[in-house]
Design a protein around this ligand. Structure first.
Ligand code: SME
Length: 149
């Protein structure tokens, strides 16, 4: 599943005409083809305001279109520069709930010239669904996306 999607996403990126449109297509592809991905979105940093701004996404609309650095899983990744895999969101103190259905989350930072400029955020309605394979796959996606930015 991941290998086929990697080629699909590579083609989307190679044929990209408009960044946000391509990012939306990536979100749609991931959400529709990976059963445990229920919400897929990008957040990008506004370093001046020290907050993340919601970019293209697929899934239910969220109230969290801006997230201060340090707040929630996403805000923590903005400062840690590290992948954050959350098998059970209820076990996290510093978590921002988007929907009561969400049980787990994975956030992978996007680096451009070595700098963390944003992230891909995936919510799942399944408990503990993410493996090392998800992390490796999403790191690949983030590296590819970085070439557009
Ligand atoms: N749960 C995230 C907030 C963003 S929503 O999942 C779309 C967090 O704790 O940072």
């Amino acid at each position: 599943m991941f290998e086929k999607l990697k080629s699909e996403i590579t083609v989307l990126i190679e044929n990209s005409k408009e960044v946000n449109q391509t990012l939306t297509s990536i979100c749609d592809a991931l959400k529709s083809k990976i059963p445990h991905y229920d919400w897929v979105g990008f957040y990008f940093k506004n370093d001046k305001k020290r907050e993340l701004i919601l970019g293209p996404y697929a899934g239910k609309p969220t109230d969290h279109s801006t997230i201060p650095f340090g707040k929630g899983i996403c805000g923590q990744v903005a400062v840690s520069n590290k992948n954050f895999v959350v098998p059970d969101v209820q076990a996290q103190d510093n978590y921002i709930a988007c929907s009561l259905e969400v049980k787990s989350e994975i956030v992978i930072p996007i680096f451009v010239k070595g700098e963390n400029i944003g992230q891909i955020d995936i919510d799942s309605n399944t408990l503990n669904p993410f493996s090392k394979a998800d992390e490796t796959f999403l790191e690949f996606i983030c590296t590819k996306v970085a070439t557009l930015l």
